[in-house]
Design a protein around this ligand. Structure first.
Ligand code: NAG
Ligand code: NAG
Ligand code: NAG
Ligand code: NAG
Length: 637
């Protein structure tokens, strides 16, 4: 299923629909921020303007049924949750009574005062350039990798460092606390909104780390290794905070408002939200092995990357990761059954692959033989219990191919066995008889929602395979790398339109992203920014958007969230494949040309360079092998 789901629609459809849907029993029991805990509010109560609003604030009429709560005012948020430094209704927000900027905290005041804070002044935005200028006509993938690192910097929540390169982002969420009152500031906003989901954020961290583990030269040669490490640390430090005591883990946070769909009604600068975020943690003892294991994997993976830089930091990460992993083993089951608020956004469907992911990352981090053996046992159990249905792609719900790569490092003598899942899935993608199709201009197509995220992830897997087998002069490894190169060329605009913001040829410019759609910090931003027909005023460099449909059909519109939103996890595999292409250690585009593989498809067997189309029948034996593998026959020795 496509991650962010159905409920998302509510955020940009009419409030009337939202209320109708909520009234059908979807309302969680959360209390409205700023009101005493009470029974779930009725639809009528939700539509009515909030009563106890302070002077000079947002009691403007709020017509029911209008997007963003009427005249750019969100009825679900109280004035105490916001400030604007002007006594006018503003950005779905309100002013605090009598509070001019001078009376507000210095770290929030400036967002409404109009000027940049001193720590942002004079810092040029690190605009990565358009990355189109390689002498051989290829894209400059190292440059794009820099842009992808910028995307993660633009997603930051919390108190930003003094060298924040994103001139249009400032401090936000500074009052966020965990259920026990501990500091919960920091982390990343998930997508174009102001939620933080621990599950995909943890996956993002471990997948970014996997890209560095496999292709460190890609980061080093493009001068992005420090940026990668700082991004990893930014994410991991928030996971440490989300682990607020030894039996709990925050699963999701959202801007003030009773529910996530209500929080989505806000359109404006994340910096304008002053009230503490709502949070939900996995309740102690409840099923959630998937979430706990993903968090463990994220911390262990970060430790792997930092072990030569800081023994102390790596040790802290491993210690917390081991606690999470131990708890995961005890709390088998799906976290989305225990934290129902995430359903429809990041529902989980399996947990043994997550346990294998955590165990294998911990084994890589520590070298511990017992953990390595546990990883092997979880792998076998994953293949027999979960191996069949979800093997068509790599993402936070389907870790099989990535676990296989880690296992091939832990058990090098069984490389062939553990890399079989990548072979099986690649053969499915490359086989013209499968229902994974190719668009007229050559894009692989598997899903209508965020298709390019799956394509980028599979291209990353293809390059991991190339990494493992290139030295063997494997034909298959070459074919896979040419698939990856062709798909990345497509994303960057080979055929005229780049689906990566700010880079490549004629890039998309209206990604569905609140902060990027707003003007400079301190400017008024509201739903008119969502409706603005022009390009976003702020460039979200490096963000991969969902991308076109099966006929290369694409609409660069801000409310086209299926094709034009962005997300943390979408850029994670993408960064890995960019690191691979920038590393100099995978087969080159010249190799693809001389192999007759510039279509990105081709036979993986034999010496010939036959292009894929027309090479009928070649994949039949491999498909049979893939089916057997999916049934658990091939992969377990
Ligand atoms: C919204 O506010 C603007 C500016 O005050 C006003 O001109 C406009 O008529 C309002 N729209 C609605 C639907 O109330
Ligand atoms: C992008 O780079 C190409 C090649 O250097 C150049 O011709 C083009 O003008 C650049 N476009 C922009 C918008 O900077
Ligand atoms: C951790 O916090 C949760 C929620 O506040 C609480 O239920 C639990 O008892 C705490 N556990 C420990 C070990 O302090
Ligand atoms: C494609 O095939 C897979 C596996 O058989 C199936 O689960 C999926 O629903 C199919 N998709 C479409 C669009 O037919």
């Amino acid at each position: 299923m496509a991650g962010r789901g159905r409920i998302w629609v509510i955020g940009i459809q009419s409030l009337g629909l939202a209320v109708a849907t909520l009234a059908q029993g979807a309302l969680p029991t959360a209390s409205l921020i700023g009101t005493p805990a009470a029974a779930a509010p009725t639809a009528a109560a939700l539509v009515a303007p909030r009563a106890a609003v302070v002077a000079g604030s947002c009691l403007a009429a709020i017509p029911a049924g209008s997007q963003c709560g009427g005249n750019e005012t969100n009825p679900y948020m109280t004035c105490a949750d916001f400030n604007s430094c002007q006594n006018t209704p503003w950005a779905g927000a309100c002013c605090q009574a009598g509070a001019g900027c001078a009376q507000l905290q210095s770290d929030t005041c400036w967002t409404c005062g109009g000027g940049l804070p001193p720590f942002l002044q004079g810092l040029p935005e690190s605009a990565p350039g358009n990355c189109t200028s390689m002498p051989n006509g290829d894209f400059d993938y190292g440059c794009v990798l820099g842009a992808s690192m910028f995307f993660y910097q633009a997603q930051r929540s919390g108190r930003l460092p003094a060298d924040n390169p994103v001139a249009w982002r400032g401090n936000s969420g500074l009052r966020d606390v965990a259920p026990n009152g501990n500091d919960l500031t920091g982390g990343w906003y998930d997508a174009g909104d102001t939620t933080r989901f621990t599950f995909p954020a943890a996956y993002t961290i471990s997948t970014l780390a996997l890209g560095y583990l496999a292709f460190p030269e890609g980061y080093q040669r493009s001068g992005q290794d420090v940026a990668l490490k700082r991004n990893l640390k930014w994410g991991a430090d928030w996971i440490l905070k989300a682990r607020f005591n030894s039996s709990s883990l925050v699963a999701v946070t959202w801007a003030p408002g009773a529910t996530i769909p209500q929080a989505h009604l806000f359109w404006g600068h994340p910096e304008d939200i002053v009230g503490p975020a709502a949070t939900r943690a996995l309740p102690p003892g409840r099923p959630g092995a998937d979430l706990l294991a993903q968090a463990a994997a994220a911390l262990a993976a970060t430790a792997v990357i930092f072990k030569d830089d800081s023994v102390d930091y790596a040790g802290e990460l491993i210690s917390v990761a081991e606690g999470l992993y131990a708890q995961a083993k005890d709390q088998e089951g799906l976290y989305s059954d225990s934290v129902p608020e995430v359903k429809g956004y990041y529902t989980s469907f399996s947990f043994v692959d997550d346990l294998a992911w955590a165990a294998s990352w911990l084994a890589v981090a520590t070298g511990d033989q017992y953990t390595r053996e546990e990883a092997r046992l979880y792998w076998q159990r994953h293949i027999s219990d979960e191996g069949g249905g979800e093997g068509r792609r790599f993402d936070y719900n389907n870790l099989q191919q990535g676990v296989g790569y880690l296992m091939s490092l832990l058990y090098p003598e069984k490389k062939d066995q553990y890399l079989q899942p990548i072979r099986s899935v690649m053969e499915l993608w490359l086989n013209e008889r499968s229902n994974i199709t190719f668009s007229p201009k050559g894009m692989a197509y598997i899903d209508s929602w965020g298709n390019l995220r799956y394509v980028a992830n599979q291209a990353f897997m293809a390059l991991l395979y190339n990494r493992a087998y290139k030295a063997d002069r494997s034909r298959r490894a070459l074919v896979y790398s040419c698939f990856a190169r062709k798909q990345l060329r497509y994303m960057l605009g080979e055929s005229g339109q780049s689906y990566v913001v700010g880079v490549g040829s004629s890039p998309v410019c209206r990604p569905h992203h609140r902060a990027a759609s707003c003007g400079p910090l301190g400017s008024r931003c509201d739903c008119s920014a969502l409706r603005n027909p022009g390009c976003n005023p702020n460039t979200l460099y490096g963000a991969l958007v969902g991308g076109p449909g099966p006929k290369d059909d694409f609409n660069d519109a801000r409310n086209n969230y299926q094709q034009n939103e962005v997300a943390l996890d979408w850029n994670a595999g993408f960064s890995g494949v960019l690191a691979g292409l920038a590393s100099g250690s995978v087969s080159s585009w010249e190799d693809c040309k001389s192999g007759g593989l510039t279509s990105g498809r081709g036979s993986t067997s034999g010496a010939g360079g036959a292009a894929a189309r027309g090479a009928k029948g070649w994949a039949a034996p491999l498909l049979a092998a893939a089916a057997a593998a999916a049934a658990g026959g091939l992969l377990v020795s």
